[in-house]
Design a protein. Sequence first.
Length: 369
Amino acid sequence: MYKAIDKWFLPYLFRQHRPKVTGMTDVLFCVCDHFEPFHEASHEEAAIRVSRWSLQFPYLTAGFTDADGYSPAHTFFYPISHPNEEMISGVAALCRNLHAEMEIHLHHDNDTPANLITTVESAKALMTEHQMLSRDEQNRVRFGFIHGDWALDNSHPEGRFCGVSTELGILKTLGCYADFTMPSAPDHTQTRIINSIYYAVDTPAPKSHDRGYPLHVGVPGAANPLRDDPESLLLVQGPLGFNWGQRKYNLLPRLENGEISEVNPPSPDRMRLWIQFGIHVTGRPEWVVIKLHTHGAIPRNMRCLLGESMVNFYQYLQTTFTESKQFRLHYVTARELVNILHAAEAGETGNPGLYRDYRYRLICAKPKP
């Protein structure tokens, strides 16, 4: 649990807290799924897992809506190391019918820049055939990304699970609009930057995202110079810190890293902690980001994500995070979240739910609720 604490303990200890907000707080709630149907599974079992999500997720989310009328969202980051057309087709059908979207997840090892480019371009082509991913104003295909084994930009201390130390720049060039890998603690790939939304500039050295520049509300007439830098990539982190309400041996605080699993289901106490960590765009503290992660194709986790634990949690959100209690809850996909972040960067105010398509629009347009 405390592995790699040397990477992030001091930044956690001396972190800047979110400024106090008077009035409405908007909560942007995003679940990013490292969705791996072939994890320890045959082709038949993988198909059953996708089918189970298709059948159960609509019933799970029925009756729950956010302040904008949207149902709970889910983003499936599909592993392109297993580019199975049947599975992608199944997930795509689920996404088209519900508040869900598909993005790119990649496990690789000892890779090369040339092979990385080929792999991602092939995945983009396959996913766009199924009308997944999104496009920008220049009609270029764009995608969100999660790195397998947490080893983004060749960040594993032993050089494993990647091999490409210029990965950030390559991903940006290929159309990646943001990375959602972090936090990775207790893995040793964890960055020193925590609880942040920031631009990282690629360098020839590994783990370029260990340093970066916070996303901030722009001054009129002065754009952030990194926003369109071809060597910089936006990173959207989830919560990381200590949960003093849950203790090991009744003494040591548990690690809170935003994971949803059977052994670590969502709860009201965790939700309050996620808000307390206060991830936000600098200058827009009233828009709080909660980016969680899960491995939703693993059967033991499906019991949580498609079961009573999640229903109870959505019911808690439905009754607690309301305008009458000075909260507006917004269920967002990874793409919608980044659009809202860029709206904040540009100085937009008010209801962030209005900016879900601010910069990147789905290839397959879906009717709004």
